[in-house]
Structure formats: structure tokens, C-alpha cells
Design a protein around this ligand. Sequence first.
Ligand code: FES
Length: 365
Amino acid sequence: MAQGAGRARFHRLRVTAVDRLTDDSVALTFAVPSELREAYRFTPGQHLALRRTADGTTEGAEIRRTYSICSPAPAGTAPDTLRVGVRMVDGGAFSTYAHKEIGVGDEVEVMTPAGRFVLDPAPGHYAAVVGGSGITPVLSIAATLLAREPEARFCLIRSDRTTASTMFLEEVADLKDRYPDRFQLVTVLSREEQQAGLASGRLDQERLSALLPALLPVERVSGWFLCGPYGLVQSAERTLRDLGVRRDRVHEEIFHVDDAQGAARPGSAAGAPAHATVTAQLDGRAGSWPVQDGESLLDTVLRNRPDAPYACKGGVCGTCRAFLVAGSVRMDRNFALEPEETEAGYVLACQSHPTTEKVELDFDR
Ligand code: FES
């Protein structure tokens, strides 16, 4: 099963390869020493938070970003290497560092794997709709599934701007060569003239509604994996809903959200108590602290427990997931938790503000 965020730990791992994938993306490979292998055992689809602690970073003493593991999960054993894909973001503090500074032999602080956008390999027919760097976790999912389940099938629909900007072209082509009968690939390029076998244009809801039923038996697909920019994931999710796909078969991971799309609500909402206290359980130890005006519960906890898990602080990665034991909260935005998780009582601490005087969170559940 996917590892819980409550057991997340950083360790320094050595970089053993830096592979340029496109003009604006690289893959970093880390060696995992034998004593840490169990801690880095992962379920395909999970991600790693990378941390840079340095004076002079634009965000203060440290920056963290999450990057999905692209390598397949080895069967029955823990991994001795981990590979992640890093796409350069304009002005991105960590991605610029990864592209310009990280080299073979360097050590990087890497958090143990987290995330629930996962597939435990099982027989069946699976499908993914991905955009841009959204291919990264899906590459691990598809490669692991096809290697481990001789009857499983995988259909990948990917969209990108151009062939030159497409990440993991070789790795995906390799899946096609290895599993010609069980791996189906459709590539849609938005900014390139149509070539043989490639469709061009945008992968929007109208197009997906026509494409998906033509490609595969939609009602018999055991799991759908939607990953990429917010707009694409939303279009694919609506398309699947219109096609009658059950919600519990759809898994989503959003890689990029504009603030306008996030529709974040202001921090000081009506209904917030004048004084609130958060009690948090983390790694078996609990503490209670007053929440300062407007701050998120994660920030309150971090002031007192710097080991609290987080990565994006933007409601996207899910690393700060905690169980709400008592009280109630308001979340600014949530692009990480599935409806079943919020119904079960989980919240994103980085997006939560108290709406009762006492709030209790459990990061260990
Ligand atoms: S830290 Fe990423 S969702 Fe809270």
C-alpha cells in the first residue's frame, strides 16, 4: 500500500545520473544505500519530495518540491535506485537548481516516497490520460503493471506541445516495443503539424468524448489515471463522468494549478474563532499550540514541530495529509485528496484553517 505521510523522512541520497530528456526537463537518478532500501520501497505512482536547504534561497532557509518517480517498482524487493523526472518551471527555484547545478556525485535531501496516486498491480485493463510532465508517475505505473501482470493491458493517451518537448519518449517507445499487444499509445500534439500516426490539436472534453470509446471498452476499464495540468485533468474527469465511469475507478493527480483555477479563498474567513488551538499527533508524540491569525494549521504545527510533513504548501501534493480527529476546519483548496478521503475525515493541513476553537489532527493515521 502507499506509504503514509506520517512516516516521511528525509535522507541524503547520492545522484548517480542526470539525463537530459528535453530542452527543459531532466531525469535524476539516486542511489539508495542498502540500509535505507526498505524506507524507499514505493508503490508505482508515488513521488519524492526533494529539499534544498541553503542560505540565499528565494523562499528562505529551505525549498521543497515533489517529483514523481518514473522508474518501475521492482517486484518483491526494495529499490536500489530511484529515478524522478524534473521539468523546468519558469523562475522555479528548485527546478532551476536541478537543471543548472545538480551533478553526478552530489547529495540531495530526498523524502521517503509518499502519495496515493498509485496502482498496486493486478490483472485488468487500465488507462491513463496525461499531459506534459504528467507522464512521469504513469510511466512507473504502466511499466510496473505490464512487467508484473502478464494479462494486464494499459492504454496511454498523452498530450504534449511538440515531439521535442515530450518527456520520456524513449521509455514509452520501449514499452510499445516490449508489449505490442498489451500497451496502446495515442499521442496528441497541440503545436505540431499532423504526422503519420500522430494527432494534433488540443485534448479537450469534446475530443476525449470521441476518442475514449473508440479506443477501448470504457466500462470494463479497472482504473483510470489522470495526470497533468488542472484543465486537462478536469476535462478528462468530466468526460469519464459523462461516459458513466464510476468515481472510485478514477485517480487524479494535478501537476500545475494557476491561482485563478485554484479559486483560493482569503485566509480570514467568516466563522473563524478568535482564538483556536491545534493539537497534533506526529510520530507518536502529541502537542497543543495556539493558531495565529490567518495561518494554516500546518504552519502552526511547523513552528513547533519542524518535522511535520509537507512539500508544496499549495494543496496539490497531499504530503501534509492528516486525519481530523476533533473540531472542524475550512480548506482553502484541495487538489490532492480524493472525495473518499475527505469523507473519511482527512484534510490537507497546509490548506486548513480552524472553524472551531479546538482542532485535533493526527498525522500518523
Ligand atoms: S504540502 Fe502539498 S498539499 Fe499540503
